[in-house]
Design a protein around this ligand. Sequence first.
Ligand SMILES: Cc1cc2nc3c(=O)[nH]c(=O)nc-3n(C[C@H](O)[C@H](O)[C@H](O)COP(=O)(O)O)c2cc1C
Length: 349
Amino acid sequence: MSPYGIVRPLLFSFEPERAHRLTFGTLKRLGALGRWAVKAPPPAGLDVTLAGLRFPSPVGLAAGLDKDGELIPLWPAIGFGFAELGTATAHAQPGNPMPRLFRFPEHGALVNRMGFNSLGAAALARRLEASLPQPIPIGVNLGKSKVTPLEAASADYAESTRLLALHADYIVVNVSSPNTPGLRTLQDGDLLGEIVRAVVTVALGKPVFVKLSPDLEQPAVADAVEKAEAAGAAGFIATNTTLARRGVRDVGAGGLSGAPLHDRALEVVGWLRGFTARPIIGVGGIRCPATAFAMFAAGADAIQLYTGFIYEGPALVGRINRAIRTALDVRGLTSVSELAQSLREERRR
Ligand SMILES: Cc1cc2nc3c(=O)[nH]c(=O)nc-3n(C[C@H](O)[C@H](O)[C@H](O)COP(=O)(O)O)c2cc1C
């Protein structure tokens, strides 16, 4: 049994957010020792270059796990090739009342309505400044503060960008969380274009990605891509959590993630691939090498994990990294982008 296989039942005996706090607290206290214990750098030859950034592995940490940048040095140690911090908001805010995170182990799923609990963009900037440089690109995912009216959203995103751009390698405009009232209306092409333009203007040349919802229909994705690209977006991340429940017990408002989201995330990434030549980061229900490969086959250039990481533990990152290395060797390919291309062609056949 893996070390995580032993620890998991204990962690899962706690309320989910308490388990998260316990794990983060322990890993923070362990510091370098904790990083040494989980150390699993990616094998050589897994690097991908997206939007001018070199990722030593195409497997990244998805937004929402390390919202306030508490464990920045841990993510490269585990084998992630990039890590996305946040969502951070311009104004510090507590998020929604608890309970706001629910586990469904029988479905490999989570439902959350965290509501952007954030110490704020300035606090994240201080943490980033203290922990850079890191051996992997670090992204910051930005959301609208709850106190900011929707009409003033672009100024709010720009303010967070102004605070964080110097210390981040890439910026993500998150308009796809289901847990901030009205946020997803900002995916409407014209509003999205306005926000992306405001962010790009103060992003100091750092690439700006847009993270989309799985609940958009195909024409809305096309519109979002067109307007975001015209405003200077460097690429896209798909998908965030879904409002659909797919057989998971109703626990009230929130977004569903994990295995039941996977097929829809693949579909949206497939649409995106048809609409854009810019980099796509695929996320949603990746929990093993096969689901990672399916995401590349759908059109992703890199992938991210959240829920699979909670259920499978840190060894999942190494497992996917090694599977990519093996696939390159078996197919006689020399790069991850070639592998993604070859998986895409196989899928079309
Ligand atoms: C508890 C939790 C909190 C999340 N918080 C954020 C967030 O703050 N910002 C964001 O863009 N996505 C957030 N997400 C969404 C994930 O980044 C990811 O897009 C989604 O969960 C699908 O991937 P998965 O199936 O691998 O979890 C969160 C997901 C979970 C489960």
